[in-house]
Design a protein around this ligand. Sequence first.
Ligand code: EPZ
Length: 418
Amino acid sequence: MQKLLINGKKELSGKISISGSKNATLPILAATILSDQVKLKNIPLVKDIFTMVELLKFIGLKVNVLKKKNIIIIQNLDKNIKTLAPYRLVKTMRAGVLVLGSLLTKYKKAKISLPGGCAIGTRPVNLHLFALKKLGAKIKIKNGYIIAEAKNGLKGANITFPSISVGATENAILAAFSANGKTVLRNCAIEPEIKDLIKFLNLLGGKIKTQGRKFEIYGCTKVKKNISHEVIFDRIELGTYMIAAALVGKKITFNKINSRVIQNEINILKKMGVKLKSHKSSIEILKSDNIKKINISTKPYPNFPTDLQAQLMVLMTRAHGTSKIKESIFENRFMHVPELKRMGANIEIKNKTAIIKGPSKLSGAEVMATDLRASVSLVLAGLVAENRTIINRIYHLDRGYEFLEKKLKNCKARIKRI
Ligand code: EPZ
């Protein structure tokens, strides 16, 4: 098992390049089932992407990953298509469930392993199935599989989600893509990654209009051939490194991003006293000594994202006074807390809210990663802690952060994989 070794308290300076978004790439890869030939650019070469590629190949698509150029070329020749997503491929990468909508709308049937829960929560898919049933799918659950079919094809419908779900919104959009007639979805998630999926589907020949949380989708039968799409940058990776810069930065610059997409996070960091200059496509963070306390709760976009909760908590350990962060999206997303406490953080949890008293001096320790974002919060803690931190089970990190050590080493961090 690989580990990460970090010697903390080293000031970072330089440039960090931000990769393409994992959470935009995954639904777009599911959407390539609907296409003929597609070239996807700015793809992050992280574990989850390779798992999704394996699933597409299993289904019968031709997939070519050009690693050196972060490009994936995909062809769907419509030959020997298996409308199946097996347990072994979905159990480690829950987003595999997103092929359900594509397979159903194009091939009128699908058998998808129920994605199990994960460290951060039970991760149900009831909202996905709710939308597909509204579109006319017959669904049953058997032996841990979702067995769905729509003999006469899916039919456009009016659907209002009872609660906001990124994955359910994405599955509904994919299912409605070739449904007969018009579908109106309301109370949709509007994360930038969903906008990128819609941009891709419209390139493919779809007609999808958005107005706030309301999406109108007109069934598309003829897709365009040979399209190419550059995936949006990863706003969660950017937010993670911005917090690293706020913790131990002297001067760190981020280019080729779109600061409008993370305006809310920029405002929050500024409120915490982070010295930050943002331009349309770049952000610069300078040495920030006096970090102020703040109270935040995680909410769907455009509010503060649950995927940055663990990372912000590390910054809160440096703030003067008591900060609070409420995790209102997932039921078990505080597994980084016991590890941060072992490093000297002063954190108490009271019903879904973490109370962080600062500033506390973090000291290096041997710690354990539990999920993707918790593991990167331990990296941030290791960067600011005294002495040496060793992080175990870093396969969690490799699911969503491309070249993490390289990017940090380029800014003079003392970090290596052992
Ligand atoms: C997506 O997960 C992201 N994953 C998550 O990022 C992210 O944390 C999450 O959205 C919230 O922003 C990908 O995009 C691949 P949800 P998803 O459906 O779609 C409940 C990361 O670190 N819910 O918006 O699974 C659910 O339990 C990952 O990159 C239902 O009850 O999230 C949760 O409490 C982690 N029924 C809430 O909704 C459903 O059918 C939001 O979940 C679906 C969800």
